[in-house]
Design a protein around this ligand. Sequence first.
Ligand SMILES: [Fe+2]
Length: 252
Amino acid sequence: MKRALISDIHGNAEALEAVLAHIRGQGVDQIFCLGDIIGYGPDPLFCLDTIMKVADLTILGNHDQAALFDPPGFNPVALRAIMWTRGQLENDRRDMQVSDARWDFLGELPRRHDEGAFLFVHGSPRDPTNEYVFPEHIYEPVRMQALFQRVEKYCFQGHTHIPGIFTEGGKFLTPATLGGVYELGEEKMMINVGSVGQPRDEDPRACYVVLDTDLNSVTFHRVEYDVQATRKKILGLPELDNMLGERLVTGR
Ligand SMILES: [Fe+2]
């Protein structure tokens, strides 16, 4: 079975559409979304409606949660963006059934999905919604051990917007060093699928992963999209900090 794993779309319609078009060419059976559909970006409603339609499973992200409840620990830029996003959800009263369905969908998202050897979260196996696992954490073996203790075999996650594979042996492998494809072996792994709508590994292209459970392989894909179109939308919205548009251009 082939599964596309997408995460951290962050209201970026152009990136989401480009990735879904690319996925259609991969012959995948299912799409899993690992959270943060909304927040930061200019098209939260479009992205939410699209994910509700196309995703076979969606995990709750910290920004999705923040649209529902008051967010703890958000910086001022993220907070202003999520308040604007919440307003978009609240003020769209064109169709109350659609509006209610969005709130119900967000309110019912699971924090984790366990499938034997495969675990799917937004943040980490220890704190599925909020904990960041950054590449530099490989230098903290106690932390990494505590995380891997909670992984049966393979954990798929997002949240940092930095794609790559953490091995139990203490390495972080970037998609570039892997040549894009990785065969899952006996060692435990945490696989960060990267971000569709706000990549932060200095590559502005949208990122996602295809997991092939027959070949036991993970393939990282990068997809070009109209970054300038999304940037311009953000610059045109006073509630969204200009920095949120500019960072898309550099992928930071
Ligand atoms: Fe995110």
